[in-house]
Design a protein around this ligand. Structure first.
Ligand SMILES: Cc1ncc(COP(=O)(O)O)c(C=O)c1O
Length: 333
């Protein structure tokens, strides 16, 4: 289906909220047989979302962001990430197809083989790279960067880290509606919780809103993997609220939504020493993942998977099915 569920549910948005299909939906769901204590673990494989099957959760955000850039007549995006940013790479490669250039301000993170290889891909992507090193320098350079990338009198389209603007979060509002459709179709039981890695918050915030819009009671377990941004329940709910406001401003008749009613569990237990540092629990989770045919990356999904396994084993959340969102997308080489 080429129409997003969001347009299907709120037809009044069709002409007011542009969208471009970049991935194949719905993404597959499967029970993780033989894993966990009570056979209640499921996986929604976001890793295959994207043209040619790569990109993961970033591509869902870009489906709403890229048409917004074009609608604003901008031809250049500027965004921020770590040296190994998955987000920056996906943006550069997908934006290029629409004639949109990308500039990336890159902040230091621990450099290992995984990050080195990613930097090489970023160099080849055609994006302009600015090694701004840390948050303070990035903020200080921001006015210069905006001017440097102004084209034809138009400022570049600024995207916060991870594309977690309200427009970007719409990608996971859509995924929340998709989960509800999969429940309705009998592909999965209604989840008690969905577990996701949180790097900049757009995925968790979009999900929270999408699940509420779909009328599910499902809670969100947000496994924070980034300590360079404030990412508590307040920030995630705030972004979900700003996304709701965006939908209302574009004319969606949403009815009453109480975002505070949704269960949102935010945990920093699996972060380890900080963003980009592998952890022993993450490595153990990667091994378990591989045994079940799930490749996990050390920065995001291994930590979320470690959270999933422990939450299940220790019964840290109430009973019922738990769905892990596998947001890791393989990269083009
Ligand atoms: C593989 C992977 N999973 C999860 C995330 C986190 O998503 P968000 O930034 O929306 O919190 C990212 C962010 O880049 C990612 O690359």
């Amino acid at each position: 289906m080429n129409q997003p569920l969001l347009h299907h549910k709120f037809p009044e948005l069709v002409s007011r909220l542009p969208y471009v299909r970049l991935g194949t939906a719905p993404t597959p769901v499967r029970r993780l047989d033989g894993l966990g204590s009570r056979n209640r673990l499921w996986l929604k494989d976001e890793s295959v979302f994207g043209d040619g099957g790569w990109g993961g959760n970033k591509v869902r955000k870009l489906e709403w962001i890229l048409p917004d850039v074009l609608a604003r007549k901008s031809r250049r995006i500027i965004t921020v990430g770590g040296l190994g940013t998955n987000w920056g790479l996906a943006t550069a490669l997908y934006a290029k197809r629409f004639g949109i250039g990308t500039a990336l301000a890159l902040i230091d993170q621990p450099v290992d083989d995984h990050v080195r290889a990613q930097l090489e891909r970023l160099r080849r992507s055609g994006a302009t790279l600015h090694l701004t090193r840390n948050k303070a320098r990035t903020v200080a350079c921001a006015p210069w960067l905006m001017l440097r990338h102004t084209r034809g009198g138009r400022l570049p389209y600024y995207l916060p880290p991870g594309g977690s603007s309200p427009v970007g979060a719409l990608g996971y509002v859509e995924a929340g509606l998709e989960i509800a459709a999969q429940v309705e179709a009998g592909d999965i039981p209604e989840p008690a919780h969905v577990v996701a890695a949180v790097g900049s918050g757009g995925t968790a915030a979009g999900l929270l809103l999408g699940l509420r819009l779909a009328g599910l009671r499902t809670g969100v377990v947000a496994v924070v993997v980034n300590d360079t941004l404030p990412l508590g329940p307040r920030e995630i709910r705030d972004l979900a609220g700003r996304t709701e406001t965006l939908l209302r401003r574009r004319g969606a008749k949403l009815g009453d939504i109480d975002l505070t009613s949704g269960k949102l569990t935010v945990t920093r237990e699996y972060l380890g020493p900080g963003y980009g540092y592998a952890t022993a629990e993450g490595r153990a989770a990667q091994r378990v993942g591989l045994e079940h045919g799930i490749p996990l990356d050390p920065v995001y999904t291994a930590k979320a998977f470690a959270g999933l396994l422990e939450i299940d084993a220790k019964t840290l959340v109430d009973d019922g099915p738990i769905v892990m969102l596998d947001t890791f997308g393989p990269r083009p080489d």
